[in-house]
Each structure stands twice: as C-alpha cells, then as structure tokens.
Design a protein around this ligand. Structure first.
Ligand code: ARG
Length: 256
C-alpha cells in the first residue's frame, strides 16, 4: 500500500512536471502555503523530473530516493537553483552527472538520494542536515513547487508553509497511518485538521527549522502521504538525522 502510493505519487509528479501553474492557485501551494520571497530559502532546488531538493554542497543536491533511478552515471536531470520563479531569467541551471540512491532502497523507507551536479552552483547557501535528533520536534518549514491542492498542478513560484511535528506514536495510531510509519527513519508533520501539507511534486524537497544558532537545519525530506493535507493524514518525511552520517559518507565519496 505504501509503495503503491509512492509510485503513484511519482507518476503524478512526472506527468504534471511541465504543467503551467493554474491561475486559480496563485498564492497557495505546498497546500495551504504562501509565496516565499526571492532569497528566503537559497538552498531550494527544483529538479526536472518534477521533484524538489536541497543544496547539500555546491555540487550535491539531497533529494528523495523515489525521485531518482538506480545509483550510477546520470546526465538526464536538470536542477534549477537560485530563484523562486522557475521562469526567471536569472535562474541557475545545472545538469546532473551522477545519482547516488540510498543503499537498500526498495520503496519502503530509506527515501534519500544525492544528485551530483556537472559543475558546482556557487554563491548559494547550502542547507546542513541535522546530525542528531535534537531538532526532530517543534515547528517545521516546508517549501516546494509542487501541487497546491491534491491533484492540482505544479507551481511556477516557490511556496512555503509551516507544520507541527507529529510523534511516531500518534502518526502510527489507528486514526492516522495505523502502523505504516517506520518510526526509526520517518518523521511526520502536519495538523490533525489537515489543510497544510506538502503534495505531489514537492517530493525530495527539504523540511527544515532553525537550530540553536538560528540557522536553518534540514530535518526531513518530503516522502509520502495519503493524499495531501487531509485530516489525520500528516505528511511523512525521511528522518534526516537518522541518515545524516550515511549521507555525509556518500557525499564525500562523490567528491562533494
Ligand atoms: N510522493 C510525493 C511526490 O512525489 C510527495 C507526497 C507528499 N505528500 C504529502 N501528503 N505530504 O511528490
């Protein structure tokens, strides 16, 4: 069931990736969000297969495993960086040259991957990953160019929202995901009432918050959910703290 949803979501993201944003959704996306301002989240990346990502280092983008294919040479992905408006003439674009997908990824958990850019994107702030569980609680920021409503079109302008942490126990309760959450490596966020969430096309993008020094730190990767913004169906995110040392090891092996 989980795997089916993720695959369906990926398909939906692919077929809608190039859609022109709907006029009726000008100011809401990420479902229940508002427009991010230029430069507010300089690490946000849009990927050509219809996913999001975060700039991990000048030449590496952290995204979701379900957004990419198997580990190996891959020159088919275009990353767009440095803009909130995907049609902006000042956008930075980079081709991929390699994909590293989480070892053992099979559609259930371990939903992370690194994409190496053919040349570094300099001058943009990167987003550090949380290396402990210290920040795996509180209020999180989500952002992306994905659908503004369940089944809706992809967005031209980056949208953002905030969502509260939902504990694994609550997220796995009968009224929510009834045991489907992998507590060790997934983290849930959203309102019980619904209304605010990531959605198709936001996958791979970061969920983040401020650390003790008031700097942004990445705590999640958009992974899956039952629909978007439905009551009692929080968004489910890869728990970055659990994978941060594996991500760092992979990053150094990729030269980034
Ligand atoms: N898997 C989706 C994608 O490919 C993201 C789904 C997030 N869903 C949610 N309700 N938070 O874009």
């Amino acid at each position: 069931m989980r795997r089916w949803r993720t695959l369906l979501a990926t398909f939906a993201a692919l077929v809608t990736a190039l859609a022109v944003p709907g006029a009726a959704q000008a100011d809401t996306s990420v479902v229940g969000g508002t427009r991010a301002t230029q430069g507010e989240f300089p690490f946000m990346v849009r990927l050509s297969m219809g996913c999001g990502g975060a700039l991990y280092s000048p030449n590496l983008v952290l995204t979701a495993a379900h957004c990419v294919g198997a580990t190996g040479t891959n020159t088919s992905i275009t990353a767009t960086l440095g803009v909130v408006d995907l049609n902006s003439t000042s956008k930075i674009t980079r081709k991929s040259n390699y994909v590293y997908r989480a070892p053992g990824y099979n559609g259930n958990g371990k939903d992370w991957a690194l994409i190496r850019l053919a040349s570094p994107a300099t001058g943009l702030a990167t987003l550090p990953t949380a290396s402990t569980t210290a920040y795996d609680t509180g209020t999180f920021t989500i952002a992306g160019w994905g659908a503004a409503s369940e089944g809706g079109s992809q967005q031209r302008y980056l949208l953002k929202a905030t969502v509260p942490f939902v504990s694994d126990t609550t997220c796995n309760s009968a009224s929510m995901y009834n045991g489907e959450i992998i507590a060790s490596n997934e983290i849930c966020a959203g309102y019980a009432a619904g209304g605010t969430d990531t959605c198709q096309g936001d996958s791979g993008g970061p969920m983040f918050r401020r650390d003790a020094a008031n700097a942004w730190v990445q705590v999640g990767i958009v992974s899956w959910g039952d629909g978007c913004a439905r009551p009692n169906k929080p968004g489910v995110y890869t728990q970055v703290s659990y994978f941060s040392s594996a991500i760092a090891t992979a990053a150094s092996s990729l030269g980034g």
